[in-house]
Design a protein around this ligand. Structure first.
Ligand SMILES: *Cc1c(COP(=O)(O)O)cnc(C)c1O
Length: 337
């Protein structure tokens, strides 16, 4: 073994010792409530395909039609010559779905977080995160170079203490630093929800901005299934709405919704958008079909079925999950030590 592989094998051994070593599991079927693993059909409790759209005939047809009309590749980044009609159609559909002025799509939610946060903040600014936000937000916070402060999960007192400190600091310095709070509406691992109304009053009190990651809520909450902000009637109070097209929407890609100015700034400054080949037309067309589908009667029925199944799973569990009232989300954590 050469020295390079020798060092890597030591690192891997250390992961194994800590019981942190992971391997890929090959699935030989489409995403569904049942998937084929090692020739066996098994029940799937771990997918984010909440509404069963990843293998839905309507999305497949849209993707196939897009391939036939626009081909498979996008050819270049959006700002060069890769900005195809399906990207623009998807962004129009997203903005009207979310009720925002404008929208921008990225190749993944991860890329959306990275590009957006580092376009908006720099070293003179402050970013304030919930302890349990997704890894892409933590990575983005590091990348942008702003001062990072973390509050305990959903702890409003700690958030306010940090905001007081941040507001004093930017008032006393010459370079008017910005303060950005980032949280999720439905948390990806614990499945609980953020106290959005309270967070919004705090950000208004201290003149901060709010970025809300609705990755696990888009397509699932609210009268138009825009997300949790819609359900709580708070859409208009959030500067930056983020989500993924890869979970309940069954396709792939990330999005940012907000004002026209926000989107224009991102087109000019978000490096993960500028320096990356545009998403393939098939993915945009599939996501666009999903956005139409979640707003239809069928979307409402699929949501209803999801909440019924969540309720059924919860009541069948011997070990009751912590929150046992309304199903807060379709994520039910079972701690197994
Ligand atoms: C999955 C996820 C993302 C990343 O989205 P992708 O499109 O999968 O890259 C971002 N934030 C949260 C909370 C997520 O769960």
């Amino acid at each position: 073994m050469n020295a390079f592989d020798h060092e890597l094998s030591q690192r891997l051994a250390s992961l194994r010792e800590q019981e942190l070593y992971r391997e890929l599991r090959r699935i030989d079927s489409p995403q569904s409530s049942r998937v084929e693993v090692d020739g066996k059909l098994v029940l799937n409790f771990s997918s984010n395909d909440y509404l069963g759209l990843a293998n839905h005939p309507t999305l497949k047809r849209a993707a196939i039609q897009a391939i036939e009309k626009y081909g498979v590749g996008a050819g270049a980044s959006r700002l060069v010559c890769g900005s195809l009609a399906p990207h623009h159609e998807l962004e129009q559909a997203l903005a009207s779905f979310k009720g925002s002025q404008a929208a921008l799509t990225f190749s993944t939610g991860y890329a959306a977080a990275l590009g957006t946060i580092s376009a908006l903040l720099g070293k003179d600014d402050i970013i304030v995160l919930d302890k349990l936000v997704h890894a892409c937000i933590v990575d983005a916070a590091r990348l942008c170079g702003a001062k990072m402060r973390v509050f305990s999960h959903n702890d409003l007192n700690e958030l306010e203490t940090i905001l007081q400190w941040a507001a004093n600091r930017s008032a006393s310095s010459l370079n008017q630093g910005r303060i950005l709070i980032v949280t999720e509406s439905v948390f990806s691992m614990d499945g609980d929800q953020a106290p959005l109304r309270e967070i919004i009053s705090l950000k208004e009190k201290y003149g901060a901005w709010l970025m809300l990651d609705e990755a696990h809520a888009t397509g699932l909450y609210g009268a138009h299934r825009r997300g949790l902000a819609e359900e709580r009637q708070l859409d208009d109070c959030i500067e930056i709405q983020m989500g993924t097209l890869g979970k309940a929407l069954g396709a792939t890609g990330g999005y940012i919704c907000g004002s026209r100015k926000l989107i224009d700034l991102l087109i000019n400054r978000a490096r993960s958008f500028i320096f990356s080949t545009a998403p393939v037309p098939a993915a945009c067309a599939a996501a666009n079909a999903a956005i139409r589908l979640v707003q239809s009667t069928e979307g409402a029925e699929r949501c209803y079925l999801l909440w019924r199944l969540v309720e059924k799973a919860r009541s069948a569990m011997k070990e009751k999950p912590a929150r046992n009232r309304e199903p807060a989300s379709a994520i039910i954590p079972l701690l197994i030590g």
